[in-house]
Write a protein that binds this ligand. Structure first.
Ligand code: GLC
Length: 559
């Protein structure tokens, strides 16, 4: 296989110090409080990550994306940041951070950290100062304050709803209110304020100087806001056009002035630091602005994550995103799971019902996993097939911790153990995102399945044991070994960012990369003939002549 599949990088070679390393990287998202707990307090930490670098290296990822590890009261899982240039003491110290990055780099793994610029936490020094300072003060200008309505400002400035449910304006007791698009503990910054702009540049340099290779930019499309004197109602806001860069809150064109400043900082480093925008924009063509080389450089494409397991849907999304990436000069990103959505091994095992991936099959979540029935085997079979298809695509692949174990969503979490603010702000409507954030199982039995020595901060179900790293490591047919083999092959086979479609039946997707590496995915319910060529890897059992339903194979084209 090696001579035909001319590789651009050898699996054993150290990573190229190459400004384009991110374009087709495999990036593994770590939600640090749920990855590995080294100090036995039930919460994952940075030394826990350092202790698992060998695992990450064996898995074969090119980079880690680390969700927030900053000091935080955890009103929103760490996306409420008290101090952007420090480590949560429960997770470690700056010295632990340095040790972690050194260990990752020594293993050839790069590090991308999450940056949360739309809002701080309400415990951030600046927000405390804003509360202690009078209306109209420079301290309040760093956030979005408004006078309330009514004789004494006792009514909110507008009836806006926050993303987690409930009102988006919070009173501070002197007739003024502040804006929080997310939880009340997450006051929105005023990005017209010069100090805010400068401070984030300082933060980007702080982590870049410590060696981080890039940044994942949280709600990148919300920073620029235009609040007119007379605020519109929630209904008017909802009706506003989001496609023209003029919506008052989301995806305004001038947000890119901010990212031009950031780019100048990224380019101070060699290789330049990279960034990927979390920007839920519509139409998808608006992503190009975030992905441009003069801006953040790359933007998440959540299209596959939002799609059902369906050949036509996948094909349309792949074609569209490769076109968009080519037009913007960026590479696209593929992702099925992250810390905000129901895990894809579960989504694919539930009947599609039009719910968004974050609440996929709301009825199932609300019933604690009872109704409708989950077909876990089908979900995993489809997840493996979809992932193997995705890993053969040009562009970068983002994986979420635990998906390499085939972990499903944990639906049965008692109310008293839940942590996500959505659960508390949307009673009976949305159980929130805790089900994909349960600490991952390392061992088949024992204290918190090897996560740590104390009970995990979110309860792990019994069925986690059978999916643990220990249970799968030596099993050649396990999901873990499918990922390991796929990532090793992907590393070796990665070639230019093009693909060619081969003719195939309606339920089948079949494409070829420039070096003869092919992927064939059967989304249908009946077996189809297996195209000619040597099978390199399969997402499930296959026989010599047929590709079974809901299975993907990688093949080397027949000569
Ligand atoms: C992003 C994060 C999510 C967080 C929200 C507010 O969408 O991915 O977890 O709750 O931003 O920061």
């Amino acid at each position: 296989m090696t001579e035909l599949l001319t590789s651009t990088a050898d699996a054993a070679a150290p990573p190229r110090i190459d400004a384009d390393w991110w374009r087709q990287a495999t990036v593994y998202q770590i939600y640090p409080r749920s990855f590995a707990d080294a100090n036995g307090d039930g919460i994952g930490d940075l030394p826990g990550i350092t202790s698992r670098v060998d695992y990450l290296a064996r898995l074969g990822v090119d980079a880690v994306w680390l969700s927030p590890f900053y000091p935080s009261a955890l009103a929103d899982g760490g996306y409420d940041v008290d101090d952007y240039r420090n480590v949560d003491p429960r997770l470690g110290t700056l010295a632990d951070f340095d040790a972690m990055i050194a260990a990752l780099h020594a293993a050839g793994i790069r590090l991308i950290v999450d940056i949360v610029p739309n809002h701080s936490s309400d415990r951030h020094e600046w927000f405390r100062q804003a509360l202690a300072s009078p209306k109209g003060s420079p301290e309040r200008d760093r956030y979005v304050f408004r006078d309330g309505l009514g004789a004494n400002g006792e009514l909110p400035p507008a009836d806006w709803t926050s993303m987690f449910g409930g009102p988006a304006w919070e009173p501070v007791g002197d007739g003024q209110w502040y804006l929080h698009l997310f939880a009340p503990e997450q006051p929105d910054f005023n990005w017209r304020n010069k100090e805010v702009r400068e401070d984030f540049l300082t933060t980007l340099r702080f982590w870049s100087d410590r060696g981080v290779d890039g940044f994942r930019v949280d709600v990148a499309h919300a920073l620029a806001k235009h609040l007119p004197e007379d605020l519109p109602s929630e209904a008017e806001l909802q009706a506003m056009d989001r496609a023209t860069g003029t919506h008052l809150l989301w995806d305004r064109d001038e947000v890119h002035d901010i990212y031009a400043d950031w780019r100048a900082v990224f380019d101070e480093y060699d290789p330049p630091r990279i960034a990927v925008a979390e920007a839920w924009v519509n139409p998808p063509s608006r992503r190009a602005r975030y992905a441009s080389a003069s801006g953040l450089g790359q933007a998440f494409n959540f299209d596959l994550l939002e799609a059902d397991f369906d050949a036509a849907a996948f094909r349309g999304i792949i074609v569209d995103n490769l076109d968009q990436a080519a037009a913007s000069g960026s590479s696209t990103t593929w992702v099925f799971s992250n810390h905000d959505v129901v895990r894809h091994a579960t989504r694919y095992g539930l009947p599609p019902n039009g719910d968004r991936p974050r609440v996929h099959n709301r009825a199932w979540l609300l019933s604690g996993g009872a109704e409708p029935a989950l077909d876990a085997a089908a979900g995993l079979r489809r997840a493996r097939a979809a992932t193997l298809l995705m890993l053969a695509l040009p562009g970068s692949a983002y994986l979420y911790q635990g998906e390499e174990l085939g972990l499903g969503e944990v639906a049965a979490i008692p109310a008293e153990s839940r942590q996500d603010p959505t659960f508390f702000r949307s009673p009976g409507v949305d159980v929130g995102r805790d089900g994909c954030r349960v600490p991952i199982p390392w061992t088949a039995a024992g204290d918190s399945f090897g996560f740590g020595t104390a009970d995990a901060h979110l309860p792990q179900p019994e069925w986690f044991g059978a999916l643990s790293v220990e249970a799968q490591s030596e099993d050649p047919s396990s999901t873990l070994n499918l990922y390991r083999e796929a990532l090793a092959l992907r590393h070796r086979l990665q070639t230019d960012e093009s693909l060619t479609w081969a003719d195939s039946a309606e339920e089948v997707l079949h494409f070829r990369r420039a070096n003869g590496w092919e992927a064939v995915a059967n989304f249908g319910t009946t077996a189809v003939p297996l195209p000619a060529g040597e099978v390199l890897l399969a997402s499930g059992p296959i026989d010599a002549a047929a590709l079974p339903p809901e299975t993907t194979v990688w093949i080397k084209a027949g000569s």
